[in-house]
Design a protein around this ligand. Structure first.
Ligand code: ADE
Length: 230
């Protein structure tokens, strides 16, 4: 998979992709990631990428020219399955969206700032708008990092058996059951006996019961018809 991220703060995105699973995905050739500095495409002599909004009001708006220039350049090099804009008024990121994007070949992600981008960018280039939650971040970069992480770990071969995504919370609209590891007793706190029994039928039944209990207690909305409380 190839992912291109468009940002005015490229340094902010170095950390999340240079460690652990995201780094391994790139080293193993599952992910080709490029971060593009929108400012480099500004024709302004001070490399300005924002301006006052028409009609007045507080807050700057990201201008159309540099963003259009980088999108057009990338589109001339390959076809994109989705051109995604990170924004608090987008579709809420869910596991189902991560699953869907993990099957794509080329994704482009635009990170907004200030009051957002000139609406014409959204109308003419953007194919999906994604929010990572009902709160406002200073920019789309952290949201883009969250989105990419949730997608890339699902690409076949990225995770090994020990970190398999199949048993993740949300994969079957259920939260995961509790997990334990050695020692079997710490400070008098014991690991549930069933997990040490070696009886895999019983262990599976216990896990299902605990997953259901946890989902009912914490996220009963997941058990409703469409997983969104309807
Ligand atoms: N940019 C600012 N806030 C955001 C959010 N909640 N999700 C995605 N992008 C954002």
């Amino acid at each position: 998979m190839r992912i291109d991220i468009l940002t005015i703060l490229p340094d902010l995105l170095q950390g999340p992709f240079s460690d652990s699973i995201m780094k391994r995905a790139q080293d193993k050739g599952h992910l080709e990631l490029e971060v593009h500095d929108i400012r480099a495409y500004s024709k302004d002599k001070h490399k300005k990428v924002d301006d006052y909004q028409y009609g007045g009001g507080a807050g700057m708006v990201m201008t159309i020219e540099p963003i259009a220039a980088v999108i057009e350049k990338l589109k001339s090099e390959r076809d994109y399955d989705e051109i995604i804009y990170m924004t608090p008024d987008g579709e809420l990121l869910e596991q189902s969206i991560a699953n869907e994007f993990s099957l794509k070949g080329n994704l482009m992600i635009l990170c907004g700032h200030y009051k957002g981008v000139d609406e014409r960018i959204r109308e003419h280039f953007i194919t999906r708008e994604i929010s990572i939650g009902s709160y406002v971040l200073s920019g789309g970069e952290l949201g883009a990092a969250v989105l990419v992480d949730s997608v890339v770990r699902l690409i076949p071969g990225v995770l090994n058996d020990e970190t398999s995504a199949l048993t993740d919370s949300f994969q079957d609209d259920m939260l995961s059951p509790p997990v334990y590891t050695r020692p079997p007793e710490y400070n008098g706190w014991k690991v549930p006996e069933v997990l040490l029994s070696g009886d895999f039928g019983k262990i599976e039944a216990w896990r299902e019961e605990k997953a259901m209990e946890r989902t009912l207690n914490r996220r009963p909305d997941l058990l409703k018809e469409d997983g969104k409380g309807n």
